[in-house]
Design a protein around this ligand. Structure first.
Ligand SMILES: Nc1ncnc2c1ncn2[C@@H]1O[C@H](COP(=O)(O)OP(=O)(O)O)[C@@H](O)[C@H]1O
Ligand SMILES: O=P(O)(O)O[C@H]1O[C@H](CO)[C@@H](O[C@H]2O[C@H](CO)[C@@H](O)[C@H](O)[C@H]2O)[C@H](O)[C@H]1O
Length: 488
């Protein structure tokens, strides 16, 4: 694939007036993709990105600073594409506000400018598309942007559906503007590119990405061949697709058996793990103390954030102690390693699309609330299995099934589909899957099963914090799960 064109990078708030930055300070915290609670957080201009030959699109990369936030290379950086249009009219009409994401109008010494959210504006879509398309091809505005629209809903990023965009296998693209920018290659670019390159069709085909080059003279300790960061990813649009969570909830609402679909999904996830291992290689072996240390730290943070979790503290500690002891003993006994590898990292039903050509897995950026260095580190495939088990429990609760066995049946079917596709010969379900998802390791089945329980609890604790911050009305779903798993 021939490389896409480069963008221009300037330090600080070049091209952005202080009035525009002040407008952003009030607008940003209200955005669904804003990654942290806004209390006490300030936005410090880090870099400004522009596109060759495009005057009205400016992308602000802002570092978030404030209590509890890391600084320097570890700091959170958000991407804010803007379309700035000079105007003689200080007041905009309502239609313009809604259609093109008008953030506000600012008047400066050099005139009045309308500031639009680039995530909602065709001029910015065009600029990103031109920068992502291989071969520095210029998109045809009148045809390729026809019918383009931003996806609405609870997204961590901003995705734009491009039904008419042309590519070598036909039409249809999905442009995803990454709202949180991490230094180094982004997993939502690297992983789909590797899976597409390996010929696997369980992901929407990777078509291109927008790369942030190192600013001149800024190589430092970084590999000059690697981008400083990725800003957006372009993939093939999966048509006739249904969101996996909506599909599962609809089945649950009708009390309809989701077993077959869940088993197919289990098989796709097993293939995903095999292809990832082949395409990107294994990581180092699991080091029990470090691995469990991260689980304990995450649990401690969840207990600190959410008072309703307090009654579960002793049970979580006891489970993690038991897993730590068994893992350490297993590794000591066999001298063997439990291999880690690239995984999805935030797998749930909403990250899977069901289409006429089967399940497709999306969104490889890991848990948005997790530090980037942890998100890109090799991990246990069992973590993805745990994520999907949790998601089937969510679907049962949100779909309000009246069948008390709906979730358990779907979970067992998912595990069985995973086991069979992993080529594991063991009979049984949870045991065999725990075994299959730690393949190549010398873990005994009982330890692997306990590890799966710990990962389910870890995920449910993450979800409690997620719901506490974003959807308190749903917090009871993961809270009940923590209690159930601990008492089983
Ligand atoms: N290639 C694609 N084809 C069709 N729909 C897609 C595609 N990629 C994403 N989507 C839809 O967009 C939604 C958001 O995409 P996702 O990558 O999960 O973004 P986010 O990180 O913002 O959650 C998905 O849930 C899915 O419904
Ligand atoms: O898709 P994202 O990367 O933004 O993931 C975050 O948001 C998800 C919700 O949109 C959240 O998933 C949780 O809710 C889902 C139902 O909406 C459920 O299916 C998942 O199992 C549950 O974890 C995800 O945890 C969060 O990282």
């Amino acid at each position: 694939m021939s490389p896409a064109r480069h963008v221009h990078v300037s330090p600080g708030a070049a091209h952005l007036r202080p009035e525009v930055l002040r407008l952003l300070d009030t607008w940003l915290p209200g955005q669904r993709w804003y990654p942290v609670p806004a209390e006490g957080v300030t936005h410090e201009p880090w870099l400004t990105v522009t596109f060759p030959g495009v005057a009205d699109v400016v992308v602000a990369l802002l570092r978030l600073a404030g209590p509890g936030l890391a600084a320097g290379d570890e700091s959170l950086v958000i991407q804010v594409p803007l379309v700035l249009t000079p105007t003689a009219e200080p007041e905009a009409d309502t239609a313009e506000t809604e259609a093109a994401g008008l953030i506000g109008t600012v008047t400066t010494a050099s005139g009045t400018v309308r500031v639009h959210d680039g995530g909602a504006h065709p001029a910015a879509w065009h600029a990103y598309l031109a920068a992502a398309l291989p071969g520095a091809r210029e998109p045809e505005d009148s045809t390729e942007l026809a019918g383009a629209r931003r996806i609405s809903g609870e997204q961590s990023n901003t995705s734009v559906l491009l039904p008419a965009m042309a590519h070598d296998a036909g039409h249809g693209g999905m442009l995803k503007i990454l709202r949180t920018v991490a230094l180094g290659p982004h997993p939502d670019v690297v992983i789909p590119a590797a899976l597409t390159g390996a010929g696997w069709d369980g992901v929407p085909r990777f078509l291109g990405a927008v790369e942030l080059p190192l600013p001149d003279g800024a190589a430092g300790h970084r590999d000059p061949a690697e981008p400083l960061a990725h800003l957006a990813v372009l993939s093939e649009l999966v048509t006739d697709a249904t969101d996996g969570f909506e599909l599962a909830c609809a089945y649950a609402a009708r009390d309809e058996d989701f077993g077959e679909r869940a088993a197919e999904l289990g098989a796709v996830v097993a293939h995903l793990h095999v292809v990832l291992r082949r395409a990107l290689g294994e990581g180092p072996g699991l080091e029990p103390a470090g691995f469990m240390g991260v689980l304990r730290r995450r649990a401690a943070e969840a207990f600190a954030d959410v008072p309703d979790l307090a009654p579960q503290r002793a049970g979580v500690t006891a489970l993690f102690d038991a897993v730590s002891a068994r893992l350490a003993a297993a590794v000591e006994r066999t001298g063997g390693v439990v291999p880690l590898q690239p995984i999805h990292g935030d797998l749930h039903l909403g990250q899977a699309l069901h289409s006429s050509s089967g399940w497709k897995v999306l969104d490889f950026e890991g848990e948005p609330q997790r530090p980037v260095s942890e998100r890109v580190a090799p991990d246990l495939p069992l973590r993805d299995v745990a994520g999907m088990l949790r998601s089937l429990d969510y679907a049962a609760a949100v779909g309000q099934t009246t069948d008390p066995h709906w979730a358990a049946h779907a979970q067992v079917s998912f595990l069985e589909g995973y086991r069979q596709a992993s080529g594991d010969a063991h009979e049984g379900t949870v045991h065999a899957v725990a075994d299959a998802a730690t393949s190549g390791s010398e873990l005994d089945v009982a330890t692997a099963e306990l590890l799966l329980r710990a990962l389910v609890v870890d995920k449910a604790l993450y979800e409690v914090v997620y719901e506490f911050r974003h959807r308190p009305a749903w917090m009871h779903i993961p809270l009940a799960a923590v209690e159930r798993v601990l008492s089983s």
